[in-house]
Design a protein around this ligand. Structure first.
Ligand code: G4P
Length: 528
C-alpha cells in the first residue's frame, strides 16, 4: 500500500442543503477553522438571487463564483479536506447530483425553523442511492425553531434516515443557551460570534454537577438532564460502522452564522468521516490503494471568456497517484493524453500541481475531449459506475432561428450538453432536437451561451413531456415495434440509447404495464 499515508489523511465531502439553510455560512466557518480564509465574508454565495432569474450578469457572476469555489481544499489537524461546492439554485440541481458522485460523505444542513424542505428531500434521495454517509447540522438554533424532538422526528420520517444526536441543545431562539456534547460530556455555552479559536467548552463532572445549574439555570438544567437520559436510553454510543454504511446520521445542533456548534461537528467529522474508498467499475472493484492511477470526470466548466473554447474538467482521483505530464488512457476515446498544467484548488490559489492522490480533485484543461463520466486510467478499460444521468423535468424543442448558423448551433448544443448543462434527445423520425433540463433557468443559460459563445440564435418551444425513461429489453423486436408505434414519444439520448418520453405518470404506468418485455429506467446508469 504505497500511498496509504496520503489516502488516510484525506476527507472529500460536500455540504448540501435547501437554499438559505446556511450552506455558504457553514462553508465559510469550516474554511476559517482550516485557516484557508482569514475573514468572515470571504466566501461568496453562489446562489442566484431570487429576482435575478433573467439577469444574465447574475448568471455569469454565479459561474465565476462557481469556478472559484468548485473545490476548496484545506488542512485541519493533519487531515487534508476537500470540500466540493454544490450550486445553490434548484435549477442547477443536476450539477449537485453529479458532484455527489465524487464525494465520500456529505454534511446536510437543515434550517431549524423550516425543517425538511423540498431540496433537502431530493438531495437525500441521491445520497441514499449511493449509501453516502451523512452528518446532519441543524442550523439557526438562535432562532425560534421547531421543538428539538419534533424536528428529529420530522427528519427521520421525511428523509427515511435514522438519526443519532451528538450534541443536544438547551432551548432555541432568544433562550438558546448552548449545547451539551453527548460524546465529550461537556457543556458548550452559546456566545454569539464565537471566534474560531475560542475555547468555550465547559467541562462538567457529570450532568448533576451544580455548575450546570449555575450556568443555565435550574429549570433548563433539569430539562437537559431529562432529555439526555431519554436520548442515551434510546441511542447509546454512535455506531460508526452504521454511519459509514449510510444507515445512521450523527446530528449536531448549532448556529453557523455565530460559529457555534461548528467545531464540535468538524472534530467529529475528521474522526469518523470516511477516507477515500474503493469504487465499483464496469469490470471490477478498483481498490483505492492500488498502485495504478484511475479517476473520472464529474464536472466540466466552460471558460468564462467566450473567445477561448477551452474548458476545465474536474477529475476525482480514485486510485493510485496522478502525475503531471504523464500519459493516461482516455477510455471512451481510446487514446492517451497528458496534462501539462493540472491544478489543485487550495483555497487561496489555483496552483499547478505535480501529483494528486485518491480523494483529490484535479482541474484539467480540456479542448473538447471530455464528457461527464469519462474515465482515465493507466491503460485498463473500464468505466466507473454510479455516475448516472437523471431524467430531466422540463422538455423543450430547440428551434433554430438563423438557418445560416445551423453548424454553430449543432456544435454549441453538443458542447453544452457534454458539459452537462442540459440533456439532448433526438426524436425518432423527425430529427427534432429536444432539450431536457431540471429548471427553467437552464434554458435561459443555454440560449444566452449559444448566442454569445457560438453566435447561434435559438428559441424553445414547450413540449408536453414530464419524464424521460431509458429503455432496455431482451426482446429487440418488441422494443423496435414499441419505438415505431410511439414515434412521437420516443427519442435517442446523446449516446444513441432509446428513451421513452412520457406525457404523464398515468401514460408511463400504462406503458410499463402493457410492455412487460421492456424495462423502463429512470437514470441512464443502465447503459454504463
Ligand atoms: P445557503 O448558502 O444555504 O443558501 O445559505 P446562506 O449561508 O447564504 O444563509 C442564508 C441566510 O441565513 C443568510 O442571511 C445567513 O446570514 C443566515 N444564517 C446562516 N446561519 C444562520 C444562523 O445560524 N442563524 C441565523 N439567524 N441566520 C443564519 P441573509 O440575510 O440571507 O444573508 P446575509 O445578508 O446575512 O449574508
Amino acid at each position: 500500500m504505497k500511498y496509504e499515508k496520503e489516502i488516510s489523511r484525506r476527507r472529500t465531502f460536500a455540504i448540501i442543503s435547501h437554499p438559505d439553510a446556511g450552506k455558504t455560512t457553514l462553508t465559510e466557518k469550516l474554511l476559517l477553522f482550516g485557516g484557508a480564509i482569514q475573514t468572515a465574508g470571504a466566501v461568496k454565495s453562489n446562489k442566484i438571487k431570487k429576482h435575478a432569474t433573467s439577469d444574465f450578469m447574475e448568471i455569469e457572476r454565479q459561474r465565476g463564483i462557481s469556478v472559484a469555489t468548485s473545490v476548496m481544499t484545506f488542512e485541519y489537524k493533519d487531515c487534508l479536506i476537500n470540500l466540493l461546492d454544490t450550486p445553490g439554485h434548484k435549477d442547477f440541481a443536476e450539477d449537485t447530483y453529479r458532484t455527489l458522485t465524487a464525494v465520500d460523505s456529505v454534511i446536510l444542513v437543515i434550517d431549524s425553523v423550516n425543517g425538511v424542505e423540498a431540496q433537502t428531500r431530493r438531495l437525500m434521495e441521491v445520497c441514499r442511492m449511493r449509501d453516502t454517509p451523512v452528518i446532519v447540522f441543524i442550523n439557526k438554533m438562535d432562532r425560534d425553531g421547531k421543538h428539538r424532538f419534533d424536528l428529529l422526528e420530522e427528519i427521520e420520517k421525511e428523509l427515511k434516515l435514522a438519526l443519532h444526536p451528538m450534541t443536544w441543545p438547551i432551548n432555541s431562539g432568544k433562550d438558546f443557551k448552548g449545547v451539551y456534547d453527548l460524546h465529550e460530556k461537556s457543556l458548550v455555552l452559546f456566545t454569539a460570534n464565537t471566534k474560531a479559536d475560542d475555547e468555550d467548552a465547559l467541562t462538567i463532572e457529570n450532568l448533576n454537577d451544580t455548575l450546570l445549574d449555575n450556568k443555565v439555570g435550574e429549570s433548563d438544567a433539569q430539562h437537559l438532564r431529562d432529555d439526555v437520559e431519554l436520548i442515551d436510553g434510546v441511542h447509546g454510543e454512535l455506531n460508526v460502522e452504521e454511519y459509514l454504511q449510510g444507515k445512521v446520521a450523527p446530528v449536531f445542533f448549532g448556529s453557523a452564522v455565530n460559529n457555534f456548534g461548528v467545531r464540535e461537528m468538524l472534530n467529529t467529522f475528521i474522526r469518523i468521516a470516511p477516507i477515500p474508498r474503493s469504487r465499483e467499475t464496469s469490470t471490477r472493484i478498483v481498490e483505492v490503494d492500488e498502485d495504478k492511477f484511475s479517476g473520472f470526470i464529474f464536472k466540466i466548466h466552460a471558460n468564462l471568456d467566450p473567445k477561448h473554447r477551452d474548458r476545465i474538467g474536474f477529475m476525482r482521483v480514485c486510485s493510485g497517484r496522478f502525475e503531471r505530464n504523464k500519459y493516461y488512457h482516455h477510455v471512451r476515446l481510446n487514446k492517451d493524453i497528458r496534462f501539462s498544467n493540472p491544478y489543485s484548488f487550495l483555497a487561496r490559489s489555483k496552483d499547478v500541481i505535480e501529483d494528486a492522490y485518491p480523494g483529490d480533485v484535479v482541474g484539467l484543461f480540456d479542448t473538447g475531449n471530455f464528457k461527464i463520466g469519462d474515465t482515465l486510467t493507466e491503460g485498463e478499460n473500464f468505466y466507473f459506475v454510479g455516475i448516472p444521468t437523471f431524467s430531466p423535468e422540463i422538455f423543450k424543442e430547440l428551434v433554430n432561428k438563423d438557418p445560416m448558423k445551423t453548424k454553430q448551433l449543432e456544435k454549441g448544443i453538443q458542447q453544452l450538453t457534454d458539459e452537462g448543462v442540459a440533456q439532448l434527445f433526438t426524436q425518432h423520425g423527425g430529427n427534432k432536437k429536444i432539450i431536457g433540463c431540471v429548471g427553467d433557468l437552464q434554458f435561459e443559460v443555454i440560449q444566452y451561451r449559444l448566442l454569445h459563445e457560438y453566435s447561434a440564435a435559438c428559441e424553445f418551444r414547450t413540449l408536453p413531456f414530464y419524464k424521460a425513461c431509458w429503455l432496455t429489453t431482451t426482446n429487440e423486436k418488441k422494443l423496435e415495434d414499441f419505438l415505431r408505434f410511439k414515434q412521437m414519444n420516443s427519442a435517442e439520448d446523446k449516446d444513441g440509447h432509446p428513451v421513452y418520453l412520457a406525457q404523464s405518470e398515468w401514460f408511463l404506468n400504462t406503458e410499463i404495464t402493457n410492455n412487460p418485455d421492456i424495462q423502463f429506467h429512470f437514470t441512464s446508469e443502465v447503459h454504463k
